[in-house]
Design a protein around this ligand. Structure first.
Ligand code: NAI
Ligand code: MG
Length: 354
């Protein structure tokens, strides 16, 4: 019956790169005999235009039936003046919440052809291969109360976590560490924060279940420094929401381009939502030159994490590296080569090499 995949192209270049994801999946199904059924739905500004809301009920229902979800990007200047509770971004936050997606996985891998485009020295980043796992549903971003007090002269935000929220994300991290090099770095601020001390306790308990995994605890300030001075010292990193937000953006500079980075949002089972890290890129929308690689690498993550099609996922990653090594690139990667090509040409080249 095949895998049911919901496609949420969204806005701006989201629509253009979603086309690439489809073409790649068709190539994979031809090559490996897998079958995928696509169900396309609206989200973000696109859904506001069609249905008046950023997350229509039929989109939510389709996602709940799906084996996995691919998302392009949401937002853009057209919807900037819409009231806060109905903005395109609410579509993305809403679907993560509706689906119970609590773990954000962001792989950051030094791609050979891009090393010279990074602001960091090549020798530091050459073999870096990191997976950052960030908790998505708790912590400072959601804790109550969060309000102004004293006529606006004081303020409170709340860092709240339950033990079970920590257990499930930390367990996910150990599972990923088992599939990689069995090295896990847990990042916290246990010298100051009570929440971090509970986090550490939970990591210490969980490691009994995964005796093969080597565990290291690191304070977030030290981790921020080490990420750019010694990125090779990391494999899997797990941390709470706020620290993960900051560290994953910091780590993204290792690879040198926003258009290249994939991500996944997962829960306990294998259902996940996969999307490139970048936004809707309104400045280049409609020109046919968006870099499809972040979307294509997100599609590879879907094959690996939702469908256990590891070989096909690795094949896509290999083809991406190969085409970049040949000197081809979309205009955003102008620093890496001489052969600038369009979104469609890049996609077709990758298909040729799968
Ligand atoms: P952006 O990521 O859309 O663009 C930043 C810069 O990177 C632009 O110069 C853009 O042309 C370039 N860029 C991004 N993706 C690219 C690609 N695939 N190929 C080539 N170049 C690429 O961030 P920006 O401009 O801050 O936000 C634009 C809109 O996207 C806003 O409405 C924002 O809220 C939304 N956004 C949505 C996200 C999502 O859907 N997950 C994430 C970030 C922003
Ligand atoms: Mg961020």
């Amino acid at each position: 019956m095949g895998k049911q995949v919901v496609l949420l192209p969204g806005d701006g270049v989201g629509k253009e790169i979603m086309q690439s994801a489809k073409v790649i999946l068709e190539a994979i199904s031809n090559e490996y005999g897998y079958s995928f059924t696509f169900h396309e739905h609206s989200i973000g500004g696109d859904a506001i235009d069609k249905y008046g809301v950023p997350l229509p009920q039929q989109t939510v229902e389709a996602c709940k039936e799906a084996d996995a979800i691919l998302l392009g990007a949401v937002g853009g200047p057209k919807w900037d003046n819409i009231s806060a509770h109905n903005r395109p971004e609410k579509g993305l936050l809403g679907i993560r919440k509706e689906m119970g997606l609590f773990a954000n996985l962001r792989p950051i891998k030094g791609i050979n052809a891009l090393l010279s485009a990074s602001p960091l020295k090549e020798e530091f980043i050459k073999n870096s291969d990191i997976l950052i796992i960030r908790e998505l549903t708790g912590g400072l971003y959601f804790g109550e109360p969060s309000e102004r007090r004293d006529n606006g002269n004081s303020v409170v935000d709340t860092l709240f976590y339950r033990r079970d929220e920590m257990e499930r994300i930390i367990d996910k991290a150990f599972q990923q560490a088992m599939k990689r090099s069995k090295h896990l770095t847990s990042v916290d601020k246990a010298n100051v924060l009570e929440s971090s001390r509970l986090w550490r306790e939970v990591v210490e308990e969980k490691r009994q279940e995964y005796p093969e995994v080597e565990v290291e605890h690191l304070l977030v300030d030290a981790a921020a420094m080490k990420l750019i001075t010694q990125p090779n010292a990391f494999d899997v990193i797990v941390t709470e929401n706020l620290f993960g937000d900051i560290l994953s953006d910091e780590a993204s500079v290792l690879t040198g381009s926003l258009g290249m980075l994939p991500s996944a949002s997962m829960r306990e089972d294998h259902v996940g939502l996969y999307e490139p890290v970048h936004g809707s890129a309104p400045d280049i929308t409609g020109k046919g030159i968006a870099n499809p690689l972040g979307m294509i690498l997100s599609t590879a993550m879907m094959l690996r994490h939702s469908f256990q099609m590891d070989e096909a996922a690795t094949e896509i990653e290999r083809a991406v590296n190969y085409v970049l090594d040949l000197g081809y690139h979309t205009p955003d990667l102008a620093k890496i080569g001489q052969k600038a090509i369009t979104t469609k040409e890049m996609t077709d080249l990758i298909v040729d090499h799968i």
